[in-house]
Design a binder for this molecule. Structure first.
Ligand SMILES: Nc1ncnc2c1ncn2[C@@H]1O[C@H](COP(=O)(O)OP(=O)(O)OP(=O)(O)O)[C@@H](O)[C@H]1O
Ligand SMILES: [Mg+2]
Length: 305
């Protein structure tokens, strides 16, 4: 792993919401306390405003107009904040700004002392490796506006809310994943949770790679271990709800189930359908890639028993 002291490496943060300049470690380090104060104020006010009016920002920061304009210039030039003229004039954080606040905060607490390479990017997250007391993975949840409709349909942790923005949804997604990891670790083989800050979950770094990307010499016991962990998770009150070869990591002999934000409890009205779909994905994958034929109903039954 290549991790240097401080936020020394360049990061590139993928963005669902809109095109953004890559966020760099340099940018995070270059932020001054007054810049951070502006970012914090916008973050807080975004609970009430989609676009935070200048007057509100002035009241919240207690900066003079010239100081405030100077600070807004700095954070906008770093692509952490956007300005809109319509529907009304105001400022809003973009993912780069939200990521900066979370990473600064984690670094301030000593949870993440160095940030390394980007190791994963999914539909709704960006994952970095980092260094805390030990090697860690930092998953920044990016639940964007565009994907939001479909997210609402299949993610139960989102309560009914008309003004449910990406910032709120990303935070909830992180909380949900952190809760699952906390409930399940260490009884179930999942990454041990270390910390949460805003939309960022810090967890143990798992070695190896995902199941879809490796070639198993002996697939049978791996299937069994996945099934054992699905069963253990069920007993500890969780059904994954997005289980597939993409969300199982293989680290030598270890099998680790990752990516838990959409988990549900066994008393969910669709629990059986969801559990069956999770296991269907795994059964199908092993049959297709390894000609390991397992009975789906039997697998489901063995979890429920
Ligand atoms: N704890 C970890 N240790 C090592 N690598 C990880 C860890 N967590 C995630 N990764 C890597 O990051 C990738 C993406 O992570 P994950 O599957 O959790 O999110 P995702 O697929 O973006 O989520 P979504 O399903 O919302 O798109 C994984 O495929 C894996 O390569
Ligand atoms: Mg995934």
């Amino acid at each position: 792993m290549t991790v240097t002291a401080g936020f020394a490496l360049l990061l590139t943060v993928g963005v669902l919401m809109m095109e953004q300049m890559p966020l760099s470690a340099e940018v995070i380090r270059s932020l001054q306390p007054y810049d951070i104060r502006v970012l914090h104020a916008i973050e807080r006010l975004m609970r009430r405003f989609e676009w935070v009016p200048l007057e509100e920002l002035k009241a919240a920061t207690r900066f003079s107009e010239s100081e405030l304009n100077y600070r807004i210039g700095r954070v906008m030039e770093r692509d952490l904040v956007r300005y809109a003229k319509v529907p009304y004039e105001g400022y809003a954080l973009v993912f780069n700004g939200f990521d900066s606040l979370a990473l600064r905060s984690l670094s301030g607490k000593g949870t993440v002392r160095a940030l390394g390479d980007r190791i994963g990017e999914g539909k709704e997250s960006v994952v970095y490796e980092g260094l805390g007391l030990a090697p860690v993975a930092i998953k920044l949840h990016h639940v964007g506006q565009r994907s939001f409709q479909s997210v609402r349909l299949n993610r139960d942790y989102l309560p009914e809310r008309t003004h449910c923005d990406w910032l709120y949804a990303s935070r909830l997604s992180a909380q949900s994943e952190y809760e699952a990891l906390t409930n399940l670790s260490p009884a179930v083989s999942v990454p041990a949770p270390i910390a949460i800050d805003r939309h960022a979950v810090v967890m143990d770094l798992i070695g190896g790679t995902t199941l879809n990307r490796c070639r198993l010499d002996d697939p049978d016991p791996v299937f069994d271990r996945i099934l054992e962990n699905v069963r253990a998770a069920y007993r500890h009150g969780a059904i994954h709800n997005d289980l597939s070869e993409y969300n199982v990591m293989i680290d030598e002999d270890r099998v680790v189930l990752i990516d838990w934000p959409q988990w549900i409890t066994p008393d969910h009205p669709n629990a059986l359908v969801i559990l069956t779909r999770d296991l269907f994905n795994i059964v199908t994958f092993f049959a297709r890639k390894y000609r390991v034929v397992r009975d789906l109903d039997e697998a489901v039954e063995s979890v429920l028993r």
